[in-house]
Every structure is written in structure tokens, then in C-alpha cells.
Design a protein around this ligand. Structure first.
Ligand code: SAM
Length: 309
């Protein structure tokens, strides 16, 4: 594992990404900027830059914020091997999710910040219990909830105690930035249900599968749009976004997690370069390469101009 560089020390190419509230991207390429810090502070700063950053395209928030306190403290896992239905609750460990839960006040604040940064969709994952608080926050901020959607897990965890149905889905709210007019998406008449497996090779405790984020990004956004994930975790949205040729801003406050997530985004980027080099690149990936080349040219032009001044 390469040593983690403090925020700002690892900038490869700024690609025009801004410093937000004194924080430079810890990783930056033409398509992706990764900030290590508190999203409530950084989104507030991002809102002031957002017009320039979207450059005539749409910006969207696609994110999986922390969950309610109950979910964080009461998730039960088996202490010993094997399913032993009938164990008393005190024989089970509570699951350490690895990050703090979100409060109703934070949800209200996040709803406003998402609205300030998105002029397209916001897709917000949460537990069933949090769908109502998120709906209130998003609506109060001025956006319009168009659908509560579901990821239906085709390989869900069995209910350990065997005392009722297990959890086989995760909900998310799909909201358009304004209540006026029609929202835009590429999914035609399809229903808001995505069915498929969890990934097995994960390093974040609540890591979303890449196929899911890729499908959401392709359905709800267009090439060149800006996708913002302010609770990035392992950077699943970032990897899916970069592979789909979208520009992505990621924020994660856990430095150790950010270190691994940045490696994941970097590896995805390198795979793309290899695919392009041996001709396996897809149309969007070609677009991505062209965009990166153009961003590099713009940087060189800006540096020349600065030298002349
Ligand atoms: C539910 S997880 C996201 C998992 C992600 N969807 C994935 O596929 O890996 C939420 C993440 O938000 C991060 N987080 C919590 N509060 C934050 C904050 N105020 N600013 C930035 N990140 C935060 C946590 O450290 C955690 O990694």
C-alpha cells in the first residue's frame, strides 16, 4: 500500500479543479477530483464554484450518506461460525460500521447543500427509516422528489436469527432540482428498480456494487456532466463515473478510507489508458481521453500565459 499523502500533496494535474475552503484535491485528473475533508464544509465552498465547473452541462449529486443511529448501533452479526438460530441477543456483537450515523439536522443541511450543487438529479441512498427525513430535507431545499427507487439484492444476507424476513433491498430517492417541468433521464419508461448482486471483493463495510452506480450514472446523467459524491467511501461512484466518461468530484473525510479509494480511482483510470492503447476503448472512453488531452492543452496554455504576464 503506497504511503498516503496529505491533502494537496498528491495533485497530478489540477484539470481546473478548485481549492475548496483551503483544501486542494488529494488526487486530480481531468475527469476526477478527490477531496479529503468534511463534505458539509467542502460542498458549501463547491456551491460557489459550481457554475464554472459544470461549464454549461448539468451537475448531479449521487451519494450514499451515513445511515440512522439505529442502523449503525443495532446491526447484529454472528459471533461464532454457523447459523445458530435461537441465540440470545446478548450473544451477538453489534456491527461496527466504521463511520458515524447522520442526524436529522445534518440531513436538513445536506439537502440544502445538494440543492446548491446540483442542477440535475440528486440520488440519495439511505435506510427505509431515513427516506422520510431525506424527502423532507430535499423538498424544503426546493428540489422535487420524483421517485423512491430500490436496489433489490439478488444475494442478500440471510436473517441471522431466522425470526423474520431478511433485508433484501436498499432504497434511494431520485429528486430533480426543481418542481417545475419535466425531469430528464435516459431510462425511458423503465421502473425505478435495479436488481443484482452485492460485490464480494470489497474493502468498505457498506460498499455499493460498481454495476449499480454505472447503471445509475448512465440512466440519470450524460457524458461530460459533473457527478458529485460527497460521501464517497471507497469511491464506487467515482470509478463508475470515470469509466462512463463523466467528470466526478468525490469527498471523503476518513483519511485511511480515502487512501484506498484514491488507489481504486487511479487503477480504474490506468485500466482505461491501457484499454485505449490496445484499441479496446469504448466510445465514451475515447471521449474521455480526448477531454483529458484538451484539459492538458488548456493547462499548458494557461501556464504559458502566466509566464508572459
Ligand atoms: C455509506 S458510506 C459510502 C459508501 C460508498 N457508497 C461506497 O460504495 O464505498 C458513507 C461514507 O461517508 C463518509 N462520511 C461520513 N460523514 C462525512 C462527512 N461529513 N464528510 C465526508 N465524508 C463523510 C464515511 O466515512 C463513509 O465512508
Amino acid at each position: 500500500m503506497p504511503e498516503f499523502k496529505k491533502p494537496g500533496a498528491q495533485v497530478q494535474s489540477t484539470g481546473g479543479w478548485p481549492t475548496l475552503a483551503g483544501t486542494k484535491p488529494a488526487y486530480a485528473s481531468a475527469l476526477c477530483a478527490f477531496y479529503v475533508g468534511d463534505s458539509f464544509v467542502l460542498l458549501d465552498a463547491l456551491a460557489r464554484e459550481i457554475d464554472r465547473l459544470r461549464g454549461g452541462k448539468r451537475s448531479h449529486v449521487i451519494t450514499d450518506p451515513p445511515y440512522d443511529e439505529h442502523t449503525h448501533t443495532k446491526m447484529l452479526v454472528r459471533k461464532e461460525q454457523g447459523l445458530r438460530a435461537g441465540l440470545a441477543y446478548n450473544e451477538f456483537d453489534t456491527k461496527d460500521v466504521g463511520f458515524d450515523s447522520i442526524s436529522n439536522e445534518q440531513i436538513l443541511a445536506a439537502g440544502k447543500l445538494f440543492h446548491a450543487c446540483a442542477n440535475g438529479w440528486s440520488l440519495v441512498f439511505g435506510t427505509d427509516a431515513l427516506m422520510h427525513p431525506w424527502r423532507v430535507a430535499i423538498t424544503e431545499a426546493g428540489a422535487s422528489v420524483r421517485r423512491q427507487c430500490l436496489w433489490v439484492k439478488s444475494n442478500p444476507m440471510p436473517k441471522v436469527l431466522g425470526d423474520g424476513p431478511g433485508q433484501g433491498h436498499e432504497p434511494f430517492l431520485a429528486s430533480w432540482h426543481t418542481a417545475k417541468g419535466l425531469s430528464e433521464w435516459n431510462g425511458g419508461g423503465r421502473a425505478g428498480i435495479w436488481t443484482g448482486t452485492k460485490d464480494s471483493n470489497t474493502f468498505h463495510k457498506t460498499q455499493k456494487p460498481e454495476w449499480l452506480l454505472r447503471s445509475l450514472i448512465e440512466n440519470f446523467t450524460n457524458p461530460g456532466d459533473l457527478v458529485i459524491d460527497p460521501f464517497a467511501g471507497s469511491a464506487t461512484a467515482g470509478v463508475a463515473g470515470v469509466r462512463a466518461g463523466r467528470r466526478v468530484i468525490l469527498i471523503e473525510r476518513d483519511e485511511k478510507m480515502a487512501e484506498r479509494a484514491i488507489e481504486r480511482v487511479r487503477a480504474a483510470r490506468e485500466q482505461l489508458t491501457l484499454a485505449l492503447a490496445d484499441g479496446r476503448g469504448k466510445q465514451t472512453e475515447m471521449g474521455f481521453a480526448i477531454e483529458e488531452r484538451e484539459a492538458k492543452k488548456a493547462e499548458v496554455r494557461a501556464a504559458r500565459k502566466a509566464r508572459r504576464l
